[in-house]
Design a protein around this ligand. Structure first.
Ligand code: SF4
Length: 460
C-alpha cells in the first residue's frame, strides 16, 4: 500500500509532459524546415573537421494486426506485396540521401523499427540489407545492428536470416503475459510462443536481447504484472524496457478501443513503478534511466557509469557522436544541429521517393540555447545528475550563471526528496527517478509557448 506522502507526490507531479527522445520535442518543429534545410545540414555535417559517425534508422510500418495501445506509426496489412514495394521506395530514398553523406562516415548503429520489421519476409530482409550495403559503410564488427521483432511473426528461418545479414541485437515486444490484459489490448501472445522465439535467439547467439514491457495497460494489477515480471526475469534478457502506457486517444484514435475505466488508477501505477524497480533490481538489473534496465555487464550500464550514455529517438545508446539518419515513412533524423521528419502518409512518401526527392516535411534547426538545454536534459535522463562545473564547458558557459532561474525552480523538488543540490552537482535521488520527466521539463523553454490542447502523455 502507498503511504500518504506518495499519494500527495502523485497528485503534485502527474501532468502531461514529453518523454524527451529529442529536445526540442517534435511538436515545435515546423514546415519552414524542409528538404533544402536538411540537405544543408547534411553538407555542414560532412564538412566538420571531424565528421561524426552515422546511425541509420529504417521505419518498416507494416503490422498484421493492431495492438490497441500502439503509439507507433503503422499500416495494418497481411499483404507481403506491400512490403516488397516499400523495400523499393526505401532503396530509392537511399539512392537520393546516401550521396549527400560522405561515404567514409562509418555506420556504427543500424536499427530496423516500426511497425514490425519482422513483417518483411526473409528474402525481403536480405534485399533490404543488400541495398543498405550498396549505399552505406556499415561497421558490422563493432556496430550495433538491431531489429525489433514481433515474436508472433518471427519464424526460425526469419531469425536465422537476421543472423546471416549481420544483425547482432534483438528487441522483442511482449508488453504483458496476462491473458485478460492481452485480450483487452488485442495482442494475444502466449508465454510459450515468446519462450520459443527467445530460446532461438539465444541459440543464434545474438549479442544482446531486449524485451519491451508496458505498464499502465487495462486490467493490470500489481499481482498480475508481478507474475509477468517473474516470467521475464526467468528468461533473463540482457535488457528490459518497461514503458509507461501513454493513453492519448486525441492523437491515436484507435486508443478509444481501450476503455479508460479499465486503466489502472494513478495509485496502482505508482505501485507498479515501485514494483518494477524493486523486482528488477533484486534480480540483478540496473536502472539506466527512463523505463530502461540492463544487466551490470551490459554496455548501456557501463556507459552510464562512464557518463558516456546518450539518448536519441531510438532510446538509450552508447553511440553519442553519431548523426541519426531516419529512412522510411514518418522516420526522424537527428543531426547535431538540426532534426527533421519524413512525411507521414505512405502515398506522399512514395510520390517523393519516386520523383527523387527527400521525404522531409518538417524539421527544426537548433540554436546554441537549444543545444545547451538538450545537453542538460540528456544528462538528467542518462547520468541522473548534472555536473555543474563541466556540463556547459563545451559551450563556453557557466551552468550556475546561465540557468540560475531553473536552479531556483529545482530547489522546489528538494523538500519532496526528488533531487539533492550540492555545490558541484545536482543529483536525482532514487525517488526522483520516477519523476525524471518532471525534472527535465524545468529546462524546456518551449513548454510555456506550446499551443493549447493536450500534446503529451501524462508523466506518471
Ligand atoms: S505490433 Fe507493435 S507496431 Fe504493430 S500495432 Fe502492435 S505495438 Fe504497434
Amino acid at each position: 500500500m502507498m503511504n500518504t506522502v506518495d499519494v500527495a507526490l502523485l497528485k503534485k507531479y502527474d501532468r502531461p509532459g514529453p518523454r524527451y527522445t529529442s529536445y526540442p520535442t517534435a511538436p515545435v518543429w515546423t514546415e519552414e524546415f524542409g528538404e533544402k534545410e536538411a540537405r544543408e545540414e547534411m553538407a555542414r555535417s560532412n564538412a566538420s573537421k571531424t565528421p561524426r559517425d552515422l546511425s541509420l534508422y529504417f521505419h518498416i510500418p507494416f503490422c498484421e494486426s493492431l495492438c490497441y495501445f500502439c503509439g507507433c506509426s503503422t499500416i495494418i496489412t497481411r499483404d507481403k506485396a506491400k512490403a516488397e514495394e516499400y523495400n523499393d521506395f526505401l532503396a530509392r530514398e537511399m539512392g537520393v540521401v546516401a550521396p549527400l553523406l560522405d561515404r567514409n562516415r562509418r555506420v556504427v548503429q543500424l536499427h530496423l523499427g516500426g511497425g514490425t520489421p519482422s513483417s518483411l519476409t526473409p528474402a525481403q530482409t536480405r534485399t533490404l540489407f543488400r541495398n543498405i550495403n550498396d549505399h552505406f559503410t556499415v561497421d558490422y564488427k563493432d556496430g550495433e545492428i538491431s531489429v525489433e521483432i514481433d515474436p508472433r511473426e518471427a519464424s526460425n528461418h526469419y531469425l536465422e536470416t537476421l543472423k546471416t545479414v549481420g544483425v547482432n541485437r534483438i528487441s522483442m515486444g511482449v508488453q504483458d503475459f496476462d491473458p485478460a490484459v492481452q485480450t483487452a489490448v488485442h495482442r494475444i501472445q502466449p508465454l510459450e510462443l515468446t519462450e520459443r522465439v527467445f530460446r532461438k535467439c539465444r541459440e543464434l547467439a545474438f549479442h544482446s536481447i531486449n524485451i519491451d514491457l508496458i505498464y499502465g495497460l487495462p486490467f493490470q494489477t500489481v499481482e498480475s504484472f508481478s507474475r509477468t515480471l517473474d516470467q521475464i526475469i526467468a528468461l533473463s534478457p540482457d535488457r528490459i524496457a518497461v514503458f509507461n502506457y501513454a493513453h492519448v486517444p486525441w492523437l491515436k484514435k484507435h486508443m478509444v478501443l481501450i476503455r479508460e475505466s479499465t486503466l489502472p488508477p494513478p495509485d496502482v501505477k505508482f505501485a507498479l513503478i515501485s514494483l518494477i524497480g524493486e523486482k528488477l533490481e533484486k534480480a540483478g538489473y540496473r536502472f539506466i534511466g527512463m523505463d530502461h534496465f540492463a544487466k551490470p555487464d551490459d554496455e548501456l550500464f557501463l556507459a552510464q557509469v562512464d557518463k558516456t550514455l546518450y539518448r536519441n529517438f531510438q532510446g538509450y545508446t552508447t553511440k553519442k557522436n553519431a548523426d541519426l539518419l531516419g529512412l522510411g515513412v514518418t522516420a526522424i533524423s537527428m543531426f547535431d544541429e538540426a532534426y527533421w521528419q519524413n512525411v507521414k502518409a505512405l502515398p506522399d512518401y512514395s510520390a517523393r521517393t519516386l520523383s527523387g526527392r527527400l521525404g522531409v516535411f518538417r524539421g527544426f534547426r537548433l540554436s546554441k540555447d537549444d543545444r545547451m538545454r538538450r545537453e542538460i536534459i540528456s544528462r538528467i535522463m542518462c547520468d541522473l545528475e548534472i555536473d555543474r562545473k563541466k556540463v556547459l564547458a563545451p559551450f563556453g558557459e557557466s551552468f550556475d550563471a546561465y540557468f540560475s532561474k531553473e536552479i531556483g525552480v529545482l530547489e522546489g523538488f528538494v523538500p519532496d526528496g526528488l533531487i539533492e543540490i550540492h555545490p558541484d552537482r545536482i543529483r536525482i535521488t532514487a525517488l526522483g527517478r520516477i519523476f525524471l520527466r518532471n525534472i527535465a521539463m524545468v529546462f524546456d523553454a518551449y513548454l510555456k509557448e506550446a499551443p493549447k490542447g493536450p500534446l503529451f502523455s501524462r508523466t506518471l
